[in-house]
Ligand binder design. Structure first.
Ligand code: SF4
Ligand code: SF4
Length: 202
């Protein structure tokens, strides 16, 4: 395909949202789908208001004079990194698989596919290792005997955290509690004997 030819909105032969399909893990197949999806979104622009992904995407496309082929890998990565999987775009989008539309878009699942390939290739990033393990962060916070809470209010430390973990320096962080919720509940006699049950809060 010439670099000037229009990009079709129709699904490419790389379309799949199924990790059990070998094409799911093929970088070239994914790239075709990313390009096509970005082209459809560029022509639509309805999702500018939900998160940073779409404003970033549209500003990158505009910087490249509307040519989605010119997006650099780092720009694509930034677009997908800004997605926190709220699914609002999928609900809003008139072109989805769920609506049986011929374009078969599913932006959040495209993000999943991109991140799955990146993870398989490069492994977890430092930020993902730290923020993906809140139990470990809690253990470290408690082991610091309050120092972590003090440091979280020190400017230079927050600057470092912003650079290393991507947590904005002005974000108000809750203090680490001195004991876990579980040990507090035990101390209050609030934990029943097994078999008991498990509650998951989201
Ligand atoms: S699912 Fe991701 S890309 Fe879609 S609106 Fe939510 S955060 Fe943005
Ligand atoms: S996800 Fe759908 S509704 Fe949102 S900008 Fe893309 S094409 Fe438009």
């Amino acid at each position: 395909m010439s670099s000037d030819s229009p990009i079709s909105y129709a699904p490419t032969d790389g379309l799949t949202y199924d990790p059990n399909d070998p094409r799911y893990w093929d970088p070239e197949s994914l790239q075709k789908e990313v390009r096509r999806t970005f082209e459809v979104c560029h022509g639509c622009r309805m999702c500018f208001k939900f998160c940073d992904s779409f404003p970033d995407l549209f500003s990158f496309i505009d910087k490249h004079d509307g040519d989605v082929r010119k997006l650099e890998p780092a720009q694509t990565q930034q677009v997908f990194d800004s997605c926190f999987q709220c699914k609002l775009c999928e609900v809003q989008c008139p072109y989805t698989v769920r609506d049986a539309h011929e374009y078969q878009l599913d932006f959040p699942r495209l993000v999943h596919r991109w991140q799955a390939q990146r993870l398989r290739k490069d492994g977890l990033r430092f930020r993902e290792r730290v923020l993906g393990d809140p139990d470990m962060a809690g253990r470290m916070g408690r082991a610091s005997f309050g120092m972590a809470n003090v440091m979280n209010r020190v400017g230079i430390h927050r600057w470092f955290m912003e650079k290393a973990l991507g947590i904005h320096r002005d974000k108000l962080l809750p203090d680490f509690a001195s004991k876990t919720f579980e040990s507090w509940a035990v101390s209050q006699g609030l934990v029943a004997e097994p078999p008991g049950g498990e509650a998951v809060l989201f």
